[in-house]
Design a protein around this ligand. Sequence first.
Ligand SMILES: Nc1ncnc2c1ncn2[C@@H]1O[C@H](COP(=O)(O)OP(=O)(O)OP(=O)(O)O)[C@@H](O)[C@H]1O
Ligand SMILES: [Mg+2]
Length: 282
Amino acid sequence: MSVALRTLDTRTTAPPHEPASTARPESAVSFAGVTKRFRIAGGGPVVALEEVSLEVRPHEFVCLLGPSGCGKSTLLRMVAGLERPCAGQVTVGGVAVSGPHSSRAMVFQDHALFPWLDVARNVAFGLEMNGTPGPEIRRRVAHFIHLTGLGGFERAYPHQLSGGMKQRVGIARVLALAPEVLLMDEPFGALDAFTRMELQGELVSLWQREPFTTLFVTHDVDEAVFLADRVVVMSRRPGRAKAVLSVNLPRPRRRTDPAFAALRTRVLAQFDAAPALEDWSI
Ligand SMILES: Nc1ncnc2c1ncn2[C@@H]1O[C@H](COP(=O)(O)OP(=O)(O)OP(=O)(O)O)[C@@H](O)[C@H]1O
Ligand SMILES: [Mg+2]
């Protein structure tokens, strides 16, 4: 994907306090042999992830697809700096992640807006918290409200919006922070099919205009094939990257395209396949 207009020049580079690593500098996000075990009271350790290795290129759109409990959210939380691997390393921009940072922003399934703030104040919230100057806040809020199709609803409160509009506010709010990496954990999972398809299209065009790299978690094969440059199919727990499929379909993609259907079938076939790592394109 070559379209990477840098409309905002305020992105930070990797935070200076985080230790250097050996990850390839051309990777936006790198997972190197990442293993994660959880200990639950009264039970043995749960191996959530085992030896996951993956390099995500700058401005790539990668979907993580896999069954419930295979560690998809845990992988995102590691990039966000909310969890640490037990073994291996997660790096962003070549620097090991050691905690949360505004260069990596997360969008959740429930948009978690503040009900007492209107749309503009919700979008501005993170910028106000990090001390961005007022004129710059107003510029970014206007820019992302426009880009997410919320123009005219600046003064509306969350209870006055549809589910899709609320999710757009959630997306505008994190994009206003100019993240280098956008982490999306089933962001459209609670929406009806039509709103979901509409937002998938909008997300792709936003990503084409803005320079961020996207890691997007989903259970939905169609959603992954529609959105991604590459789809990472994960195995059941312990989660591993079982197959990585390149989606070389032109955008905007059409779900009725026979090539789309062929790729959907190949992704689905991975859920029955042997646990070998494959990489191919169609
Ligand atoms: N904080 C935690 N403490 C203990 N176990 C955890 C914790 N977080 C995740 N796990 C376990 O790790 C495994 C992976 O969880 P995770 O939430 O990453 O899966 P997931 O692939 O996102 O699942 P889903 O598709 O249902 O959201 C699960 O077995 C879960 O119980
Ligand atoms: Mg999850």
